[in-house]
Design a protein around this ligand. Structure first.
Ligand code: BGC
Length: 486
């Protein structure tokens, strides 16, 4: 297919005209496959201006995390982990990352140009409290500047207080395996909110307790690299207790604060729906990974295998719930896999796969997760959703189909308040290093930025506050039959 540089936009303007577009090859829109007879006929009819509208106050955001973008976060467990051979794909290191510690504002300008009204970032515990009980005011000042810079651009910050990394001193005391960490986290949160509370009232206590527990303590892919199911469950319980303690600290200082937690949900479907064992094992993986955390938070009750008995301190500690949704797995029974509750993970034969073995392209999962979360009766933010896609050949469809599922959920009055795309600029992808490219903007080897085609799509969606036929037509006409049948 011929490649051309694409500068037009569905809204007839080019918000990225000034950005460095050199070397970018854009897939020809004309060359894209259109279902025969569908689009040309529709084009002859008068087109509705905007079909799938989002609520007027919908939050359009992007999400990031400190260690993935700031650079030189030398004082935490991830930095140490990266230095040891074999931990990160291709021996990559976070290094200077996206240089946000020094120059986040340059990317905030890009975020403002894109039209965002929301941005989720995290504060790095090891910068704010480099030694136990000693707080670094200059680090807090820098975060204050960042939050003010966002507000000055009419972008509402959401601040995550724990996103996977821990200061060295905490790791030495056993990290989240040690129940004392709960109080230490609450102390850190208190200080952060005392200083940054004037610029922020939307807080995300902890990012993905399940991913943190599974990757670090079961699969051994994240520090501390353990493989112990009971330890993973213990760590998740402590993280949830840390969340509850943080919730109370924040509300004591800032009664009007809106405090939530980002929960990673995956869809687990039985590989063979007719197999009782596959169905049973899919249900039990779902219960352990997705549901047990929700039950603990919503009902104040531990359920096996996460725990047993009352968790009453967790009750009423959510003002909203965050959904991080990316993909689904098919689950098959495998008697040899005791560590993973006798499950094996597969992909559907016909599934479109994401780059880097990241999983299936499965937009319906977004709706299915939102449907479940809606039962909690809380406002929902989609705090993460995105795709590793260096050449940007799947992202436009991914973005449109996942947002369409969110739109559908909103039509059923599920209270989805906003969407934070993961992410703005390619960032350090933990154990995958720099091999997975999630950015709407590509990061060059020397830190240069080059927008991918999808950034214009996102800008058009935000400006229209809708998925319009023109947007579908411009960016993914092959979706026409699926999104606008008939
Ligand atoms: C994490 C992010 C990560 C993203 C993409 C999420 O589970 O919160 O830190 O970059 O997935 O892999």
């Amino acid at each position: 297919m011929a490649k051309k540089k694409k500068t037009d936009s569905a809204l007839g303007h080019d918000p990225f005209a000034d950005m460095d577009m050199e070397c970018l090859d854009w897939e020809s829109q004309e060359g894209a496959q259109i279902a025969p007879g569908v689009l040309p006929a529709a084009r002859e009819l008068p087109m509705p201006q905007a079909t799938f509208h989002f609520p007027a106050d919908f939050k359009w955001g992007i999400a990031t995390a400190a260690h993935q973008v700031e650079g030189d976060n030398t004082n935490n467990d991830w930095w140490a982990w990266e230095q040891q051979e074999g931990h990160i794909k291709d021996g990559h290191k976070s290094g200077r990352a996206c240089n946000w510690w020094k120059k986040a504002e340059d990317d905030f300008d890009r975020a403002a140009e894109l039209g965002l009204n929301a941005l989720r970032l995290s504060v790095e515990w090891s910068r704010v409290e480099p030694r136990s009980g000693e707080f670094d005011d200059s680090a807090l000042k820098r975060y204050g500047e960042m939050l003010q810079a966002l507000r000055g651009r009419n972008i509402e910050p959401m601040v995550t207080l724990h996103h996977f990394t821990n200061p060295h001193w905490l790791t030495e005391r056993g990290g989240w395996e040690n129940p004392e960490t709960i109080a230490l986290f609450a102390r850190f949160v208190r200080r952060v909110v005392q200083v940054l509370g004037e610029h922020c009232d939307l807080w995300c206590t902890i990012n993905e307790p399940n991913v943190y527990g599974y990757m670090g303590y079961l699969e051994g892919i994240f520090p501390p690299g353990q493989s112990d199911f009971q330890a993973a469950m213990r760590v998740i319980r402590h993280l949830l207790a840390g969340h509850a303690a943080a919730y109370r600290e924040i509300h004591a200082l800032q009664p009007q604060a809106r405090v939530g937690l980002a929960h990673n949900m995956r869809i687990f479907d039985p590989a063979n729906p007719r197999s009782v064992l596959d169905r049973r094992v899919a249900r039990s993986v779902d219960k352990t990974y997705n549901q047990a955390i929700l039950t603990a938070l919503a009902r104040g009750r531990w359920t096996l295998p996460l725990g047993f008995g009352l968790a009453w301190k967790l009750r009423r500690t959510l003002d909203w719930i965050g959904l991080n949704y990316y993909t689904r797995d098919l689950v098959a029974f495998d008697h040899r896999q005791q560590q993973t509750l006798f499950s094996d993970r597969l992909h559907a034969g016909e599934a479109e796969l994401l780059d880097g073995d990241y999983g299936e392209f499965y937009p319906q999962g977004m709706f299915r997760c939102l449907q479940r979360l809606a039962r909690l009766g809380l406002p929902i933010y989609v705090t993460e959703n995105g795709i590793p896609d260096d050449d940007d050949d799947q992202r436009p469809r991914y973005l449109l189909t996942h947002l369409h599922q969110i739109w559908h959920a909103i039509q059923l009055c599920y209270p989805v308040m906003g969407y934070y795309h993961w992410t703005l600029v390619d960032n350090f992808e933990w154990a995958e290093g720099w091999t997975l490219r999630f950015g709407l903007i590509a990061l060059g080897p020397r830190g240069g930025r080059k927008p991918r085609g999808s950034i214009k799509l996102y800008a058009d969606l935000i400006q229209a506050n809708a998925i319009s036929p023109q947007i579908i037509d411009t960016y993914a006409p092959e979706l026409w039959p699926e999104l606008l049948p008939g």
